[in-house]
Design a protein around this ligand. Structure first.
Ligand code: NOJ
Length: 547
């Protein structure tokens, strides 16, 4: 794609919604969500009217064939759909139905590892001289029989598992059932690019690349150094080491570049990659794709303390680090992290939504975030997350943020008519799509208003970002601007009402968290009162004042 065309790339226009397919909608009465379930919910996501959310793209967590040891992040066939979710024909129908509604499809792409049941791994482990031996990372034990080095697995224990057949260890960044592919092997790279082309030809609009930051490890297998900040009383075992050699994200540029080149053989596609990176590493990762169709995920908002000054500082620095055509993104939640509601509390959800949907770049919404779903209480005996089970650490379970979508107050929250694979959150009778759709004051209504405003506003989609100096340290305020049109956003991060001076202009309310201020209402004067945890999106009507 030529750089001139980038502003027309769908990524520049879309609000993205992450679907965890097991938990979204069950159409075939087996307790797990599936592709036909997603198709039946497409109108909720975007039916072309302001009654729906107005989503522009969905990222679906993995739906490939898989033994499901890590809920699909362990793939045994990259060219087929897991029967639990449906068939290739169902997937084709999903693409068709989504595209009909202007919704793009982002496929999850697990490139760091396969399932240990993948035929490639079965061949690789069968003998020392199997042609696929170097598709994975095998090493001899140390003289005493122990693993080749001290590397740890992110899902608990050593990152090496001994295999009796050839008396060598294989490396796995995650579960032993997820052996790492060896990206140094040319044939591996070639085959993975075939996978990319297969799905692009089928009509997907891009990829979310899983665990990009674990793709490359030290070729000399040097031991990871100890982490001096490790506290055995609070931290898990993985934190006891600094992963300088087992995880080398800045060495992955070469792989991103290959991926980018392959994806750009097709028109109007986009890649977003998973890396828990701070600003300097994100800036480096952006550089690895000169086509500018790749962004590293920005997960930093999930860790920031809920303070206007911290958010302003971060967004300013992130914006400053970006080159002209780098496309930022913002994320508040995903299937690996406790839900937003549990981190910041219900009172702050509206201001968080306003922030997410008015910043420059690609906003990501994790399913259920738009209705304020919280972490479900999952009894220890019902934990499904293999990472938590293997690490013997129930607290680290990711099940609570993966509970079934809350559609209504009926049986199983409308998710399906048999017992869901994970328990529901106990608030589903009050917190659900049906109830919130009828309430003009609900979080869901605010999400719809903000997304529709954004979808119809070139200023919010493509305009520049500039933060403002505020009188109160609890206010984060910024101007978005394009072609002489300006939108002012004012967000109150505190639990107190704040009177904030206004620049000398006339304004019109576009969206407000305060239902007493009607859309289209004029605002003038020297200041504006912002309710606790409230916010405004205002159109700047006259270009009198400077910002
Ligand atoms: C990151 C995914 O988001 C997570 O759910 C998964 O367990 C690991 N990668 C391994 O694929």
């Amino acid at each position: 794609m030529k750089n001139d065309d980038l502003k027309n790339n769908w990524s520049r226009n879309a609000v993205v919604y992450q679907i965890y397919p097991l938990s979204f909608k069950d159409s075939n009465h087996d307790g797990s969500g599936d592709l036909n379930g997603i198709i039946s919910a497409l109108d909720y996501l975007n039916d072309g009217t302001p009654n729906s959310l107005g989503i522009g793209a969905i990222w679906i967590s993995p739906i490939y064939k898989s033994p499901m040891k890590d809920c699909g992040y362990d793939i045994s066939d990259y060219y087929d759909i897991n029967p639990l979710f449906g068939t290739l024909e169902d997937f084709d129908r999903l693409i068709k139905e989504a595209h009909k509604r202007g919704v793009r499809i982002i496929m999850d792409f697990v490139i760091n590892h396969t399932s240990n049941e993948h035929p490639w791994f079965l061949e690789s482990k069968s003998s020392l001289n199997n042609p696929r031996r170097d598709w994975y990372i095998w090493r001899d034990p140390k003289e005493d029989g122990s693993p080749p080095n001290n590397w740890l697995s992110i899902s608990g224990g050593s990152a090496w598992t001994f295999d009796e057949t050839t008396k060598q260890y294989y490396f796995h960044s995650f579960l032993p059932e997820q052996p790492d592919l060896n990206w140094r092997t040319e044939a591996v790279r070639g085959e993975m690019m075939n996978v990319v082309r297969f799905w692009l030809k089928r009509g997907v609009d891009g990829f979310r690349v899983d665990a990009l930051d674990t793709l490359v490890e030290d070729g000399y297998l040097r031991d990871d150094p100890a982490n001096p900040k490790y506290d055995a009383k609070i931290d898990g075992e993985y934190t006891s080491l600094k992963h300088s050699f087992s995880r080398m994200p800045s060495e992955t540029k070469y792989c991103t570049n290959i991926l980018c080149n392959t994806v750009s053989e097709f028109e109007n596609k986009f890649i977003i990659s998973e890396a828990y990176a701070k600003i300097p590493l994100m800036a480096e990762m952006f550089k690895s794709c000169d086509k500018k169709i790749h962004s590293p995920f920005n997960f930093n908002l999930m860790k920031l303390p809920w303070k206007a000054t911290e958010f302003k500082k971060f967004v300013d620095e992130y914006e400053k680090s970006l080159h002209k055509e780098d496309w930022p993104n913002y994320v508040f939640g995903n299937h690996d992290r406790p839900r937003l509601q549990d981190r910041i509390g219900e009172a702050k959800l509206k201001v968080a939504a306003m922030l997410l949907l008015t910043l420059r770049g690609m906003p990501f919404i994790y399913y259920g975030e738009e209705i304020g779903m919280k972490n479900a209480n999952i009894p220890e005996s019902e934990i499904k997350d293999m990472f938590a089970l293997r690490a013997n650490n129930p607290k680290s379970s990711r099940d609570p943020e993966r509970s079934p979508m809350q559609w209504n107050s009926d049986l199983n929250a409308g998710f399906g008519d048999v017992k869901p694979w994970l328990p529901l959150s106990d608030d589903y009778k009050e917190t659900n799509v049906e109830i919130e759709s009828k309430n003009p004051n609900s979080l869901l209504t605010l999400y719809k208003e903000l997304i529709h405003l954004r979808n119809n506003s070139i200023v919010l989609k493509l305009g520049s970002y500039k933060s403002l100096k505020t009188k109160s340290p609890d206010i984060f305020s910024y101007v978005r601007e394009r072609e002489g049109k300006r939108i002012l956003v004012i967000l109150n991060f505190s639990d107190n009402q704040i009177e904030e001076p206004l620049p000398p202009n006339k304004f019109k309310v576009l969206v407000s968290t305060d239902k007493e201020r009607k859309q289209g209402e004029d605002i003038s004067g020297n200041s504006i009162a912002i309710k606790p945890n409230g916010g405004y999106v205002l159109e700047v009507m006259e270009q009198l004042g400077k910002y």
